[in-house]
Design a binder for this molecule. Sequence first.
Ligand code: NAP
Length: 282
Amino acid sequence: MILIDGKKEAAELRERLKKEVSELKSKYNKVPGLTVILIGDMAPSQIYVRMKEKAANEAGLKSEVVRYPDSIEEKKVLDKINELNKDDSVSGILVQLPLPKHIDKQKVIEAILPSKDVDGFHPMNVGNLSSGYESLVPCTPLGCYLLIKKIEPNLNGKKAVIVGRSNLNGKPMTQLLLKENCTVTITHSKTKDLKSECLQGDIIVAAVGMPELIKGDWVKKDAIVIDVGINKTDKGIIGDVAFDEVSKVAKALTPVPGGVGPMTIACLLKNTIKCFKRSQKN
Ligand code: NAP
């Protein structure tokens, strides 16, 4: 069984991106800029933002974090996004989710210029992705896609089963694999017989948030299994896939932690650089 080392893949990708940033700096005399807006003091968001900021700095990007208290008015956040939209030194804008209840998430997402939407959540980017056009793709599914392609470069005709249909993970993952000519089944909490659906998959991507939902006897021999789940349990952080059981049947499997997570951050840098390059005139 191939243990897909997301940490190593992400480190290699970040190294390549760092080199690219240095080449861009020589060519344009400026570097891509990432601005993250962080509202409130929720511990996981603070940790994610710190990791993103560190990764951006290490790659040589210009990185900025705008921090607001939980009580910030929605209008102030929208005004800030507007200001960043107009700022040429800002290539990518990310608003860390979740947001306090009084702030309309969709309004905030739609306020970001689609060309600076490094999370790929703006309806314009979602629409482009689902139409098979060039777009900014959400970082976690993009990371999963790169890991799958590393194991299996030709996905033509493969059966892919996506577990979970969120806008963040399951839906964009479906679009990415459709574009690669996979036959994709997307499953969710109302799916009648999840085990038999999973058993069809040459590729399974689990993005649910339920510890060890996907069992060993749900997985076809030699399937590629990507575990997006992050679940805090008494045993520590574990994924949506029963790792010990599934590792006995799968051809390749991502661990949790150390699988998809590190790729998410690397893909954020990749998207920021993509925004920068698209914004240059030559
Ligand atoms: P989400 O928005 O809560 O969506 C979960 C999806 O799972 C929903 O579509 C839900 O179906 C489906 N589901 C729930 N119970 C199910 C069941 N018993 N059988 C089949 N499907 C079921 O979650 P998310 O934001 O996509 O995140 C999913 C997991 O990925 C979480 O553990 C999250 O922490 C993790 N995550 C990891 C990364 C990373 O970088 N590694 C990034 C983002 C998220 P319905 O639509 O029917 O409700």
